[in-house]
Ligand binder design. Structure first.
Ligand code: BG6
Length: 491
């Protein structure tokens, strides 16, 4: 199967923070890969903007080095890279002063889509938005793209929304949550709303509980300073995991339209109940001494962030409840953490027993589970019960109905574009479906804030867990207590 590529309209994309880490790792490589497929029209341009003085030539060199480092070797075509780099320009800009703005204004062309990527600290959003207007660079149709973290609580998120709203309409603001750009995350909507099979079962009558796991093997490494002010709740749950939960729990939108989809997600967030202290387990990874067999020593979380007193969590598990008719009494167990056994993101819908079961555990009965693997090895797996072959009475065994996208779709199933590639093209297309609306972000913080305030007021300390484990022991109890069990964390 060959992926269909529909070119977007020609554009001028200005990347503020154009020399920064995100530009090098994601934005420039993502654009190059879209250029390669023909989706980015050759007459489009990317204008890097940052504080330091630099010529176009020097910026192209910086971008070339980034492509060599972050684009897969088998996609590095010299000639195409050269043509792509020719589309790059650079302007030295002073975000808080007047330097560079008239030059930028002079560079912008009429008649092409204008987009501005704010890959800078949120404290600069207001300055940038204001100057884009003052210098007549942004027009009614221009788009701005902002990254997470979008605030660190409700008050700061509201303030950021207000700063942006002073100069841009909501339909011009693209708040990135890169999880929404992941192929399988979007597939959640396709699976739910393009098949009649699942919908009748997708409710409290048939679903026992839902498990959402995002496990990482990496520690906080060089990001300690940022991470320690954030923690797993702010870094992962308030945004990425919340989005996953919404896509699972939302009602079918009346059409596949950005606001119709986001209206339904917002209702889910608003229906989330406060989380009791006993329904939260936080953890911090321990260190590991080196072994005589040559095993390398690994620093603990506290060593990674350089603060022996830190109470920030590198792991969190919690039990969330969506208070509406569809999900009454169905727990959503969420867990995410660093330095765990394997890198895996998975959503598991665990179904109830049949209303009248003629088989029991002695026959080997187990519940049906629909597991959606987001990464790695994107795919779906449905556990169904069958009869164990052979004589000797009725014994049941479970088999997976397993679909890996790679097997099912061939090259297209493995050659999945990075989230940023898709999201940037959606900005140019003017499609906000995969971006968070201001009210969604605020509602997510409104749910998150009291949870964090609760543990801060109680002075809770995170529990230690070993690197390479499944997290703190107490997290097991969160489900055992309810007569349930976490699925194994497997890569
Ligand atoms: C980021 C978080 O938003 O998502 C990181 O800040 C985390 O801490 C990352 O590692 C995970 O993204 P992915 O795409 O690797 O699952």
């Amino acid at each position: 199967m060959v992926a269909r590529v529909i070119p977007v309209d020609p554009f001028d994309l200005v990347v503020f923070g154009g020399t920064g880490d995100l530009s090098k790792r994601k934005i420039l490589p993502g654009l190059y890969l879209r250029f390669l497929t023909g989706q980015m029209p050759p007459e489009s341009r990317i204008i890097g903007a940052a504080r330091s003085e630099m010529t176009d030539e020097a910026y192209r060199k910086l971008a070339a080095a980034a492509l060599e480092e972050f684009v897969a070797r088998d996609k590095q075509y010299k000639e195409a890279m050269g043509r792509f780099l020719d589309r790059l320009h650079y302007v030295a800009i002073d975000a808080t002063g007047e330097g560079g703005w008239s030059q930028l204004a002079g560079l912008m062309r009429p008649g092409v889509v204008r987009a501005f990527y704010f890959s800078v600290a949120p404290a600069l959003f207001g300055d940038l938005a204001e100057r884009l207007h003052a210098h007549g660079i942004a027009d009614q149709d221009s788009r701005i793209v902002v990254e997470k973290p979008f605030g660190r609580d409700l008050a700061s998120a509201r303030a950021l929304n207000a700063v942006l709203a002073a100069h841009f309409e909501e339909h011009q603001i693209y708040r990135i949550d890169h999880y929404l750009g992941k192929e399988t995350v979007q597939n959640l909507m396709a699976v739910r709303f393009a098949n009649v099979l699942f919908e009748p079962l997708w409710n409290a009558h048939y679903v026992d509980h839902v498990q959402i796991t995002v496990a990482e093997t990496v520690g906080v490494g060089g990001r300690g300073a940022y991470y320690d002010k954030s923690g797993a709740m702010r870094d992962m749950v308030q945004n990425h995991m919340m989005q996953l939960l919404c896509l699972i729990a939302m009602e079918p939108p009346y059409k596949f339209d950005p606001n119709a989809v986001r209206d339904e997600k917002l209702k889910v967030i608003r229906a989330l109940q406060p989380v009791a202290a006993e329904d939260i387990v936080r953890g911090q990874y321990r260190g590991k001494p080196g072994s005589e067999e040559g095993g390398k020593a690994e620093p603990s979380y506290l060593e990674d962030v350089g603060d022996a007193q830190s109470r920030t969590e590198s792991y969190i598990a919690l039990k969330a409840q969506v208070a509406n008719w569809r999900w009454q009494g169905v727990p959503f167990y969420l867990r995410t953490g660093k330095k765990l056994r394997a890198r895996t993101s998975e959503i598991a819908i665990v179904f109830k027993e049949a209303p009248h079961s003629i088989f029991g555990e002695e026959e080997g009965w187990k519940e049906n589970v629909l597991a959606i693997r987001l990464q790695p090895n994107e795919g779906m797996n449905l556990r169904v019960m069958i009869k164990e072959p052979g004589p000797g009475g009725m014994r049941l065994t479970d088999v997976p109905l397993d679909m890996s996208f790679a097997d099912a779709l061939g090259e297209e199933g493995t050659d999945i574009p990075d989230a940023y590639e898709r999201l940037i093209m959606d900005v140019i297309r003017g499609n906000q479906t995969l971006f968070m609306r201001g009210d969604e972000v605020e509602a997510a913080w409104a749910w998150t804030d009291p949870i964090i305030e609760g543990w801060e007021a109680r002075g809770d300390r995170p529990r230690g867990y070993d690197p390479g484990s499944s997290g703190p022991e107490d997290a097991l109890m969160l489900l055992h207590r309810d007569g349930r069990r976490w699925r194994e964390i497997r890569g």
